[in-house]
Design a protein around this ligand. Structure first.
Ligand code: ATP
Length: 319
């Protein structure tokens, strides 16, 4: 291979810039040319790409977001749209593509690979919900952000003897919520992996109050229920002032923590090693602190993320 493309897709995550930098600098070191594609698969379809040099990624390692831009582009599910994208890549003489994103972005990379265009996927999402890796780029930064928010909520909730509900991102994966809840010392944890009953939660909160708890923090993953409605229900049942806070996109921003920068740099460079060894259709992961690569199709179809159910048991002992 002589020329590669790189794009970021799906929700942005801190460390995506560091990953692009890793890809670009490692590729240039190996004598490859690199094209940066703007706004994910949308820019690929619209043929918006530019040649990058080592200075294109200067001062990027510490910057949140993605300077290439990202997009949701559901039309990429359409075969004809992807055919146009492949045509654009070939027009520029690009031989392979590095896709940085979550599992949705991997689906796009899987399709392109099946249709004859080799892709390497790097896991970039705060949700830590991608198969074939213990951690995704952005997860540890988001975790710090959520824990800091919980700490702040704790101050005000303890001063006012209030119950606080904090809604954490993660799509349908409770990993970010669970880790943040343990680090933030939350009293109650609600995760998509565990069946949720609001009456059981109310009973647990009441038991906490009976034990003498003056305030409580409930950490809950997005999409489990309407948190404002839940707050009203808890207030009505416990007679304690209850407020819900949705952290939202705050969780996706900010300068990446050191671990995310290291992970992104290593994974970016590793994607070039794989391409030079002739690999395509692979996704990169870190497992037991070692960089690994899996068949992207196998990862999407057969690999399940292991969920730390035992952590929840531990957290419950600390309520
Ligand atoms: P995050 O979960 O962090 O938001 P993600 O990569 O999972 O990241 P998605 O919006 O699910 O985010 O996917 C990103 C993009 O990948 C989509 O907008 C679409 O362009 C492409 N994509 C998703 N699913 C498919 C599919 N089945 N076939 C082709 N392309 C897809």
């Amino acid at each position: 291979i002589k020329k590669i493309g790189v794009l970021t897709s799906g929700g942005d995550a801190p460390g995506m810039n560091a990953a692009i930098r890793g890809v670009v600098r490692a590729a240039l070191t190996e004598g490859l040319e690199v094209f940066g594609i703007h706004d994910g698969y949308l820019g690929l379809y619209e043929d918006r790409m530019e040649k990058l040099d080592r200075y294109s990624v200067s001062d990027m390692i510490n910057r949140g977001g993605t300077f290439l831009g990202s997009a949701r582009f559901p039309e990429f599910r359409d075969e004809n749209v992807r055919a146009k994208a492949i045509e654009n890549l070939k027009k520029h003489g690009i031989d392979a593509l590095v896709v940085i994103g979550g599992d949705g972005s991997y689906m796009g990379a899987k399709r392109l690979t099946e249709e004859g265009f080799p892709c390497i996927g790097l896991p970039g999402t705060i949700d830590n919900d991608v198969a074939g890796t213990d951690y995704t780029i952005g997860y540890f930064t988001a975790l710090e952000t959520v824990v800091e928010a919980i700490d702040r909520l704790r101050d005000t909730s303890s001063s006012h003897q209030r119950i606080s509900i904090v809604e954490v991102m993660g799509r349908y994966c409770g990993e970010l919520t669970l880790s943040a809840a343990i680090a933030g010392g939350c009293e109650f944890i609600v995760l998509p992996e565990i069946e949720f009953s609001r009456d059981d939660l109310v009973e647990e909160i009441k038991a906490g109050i009976a034990k003498g708890k003056k305030h409580a923090i409930v950490a809950i993953t997005e999409h489990v229920c309407d948190v404002d409605e839940l707050a009203r229900y808890i207030e009505q049942e416990t007679c304690r002032e209850t407020r819900a806070t949705v952290l939202g996109h705050i969780q996706r921003g900010g300068s990446p923590v050191a671990y995310d920068r290291i992970l992104a740099s290593r994974m970016g460079a590793y994607s070039i090693e794989l391409l030079l060894q002739g690999y395509g259709g692979r996704c990169v992961g870190i497992q037991n602190e070692k960089l690994v690569h899996h068949d992207i199709i196998d990862a999407i179809e057969n690999m399940k993320r292991t969920f730390h159910l035992d952590w929840l048991e531990t957290a419950k002992k600390l309520y």
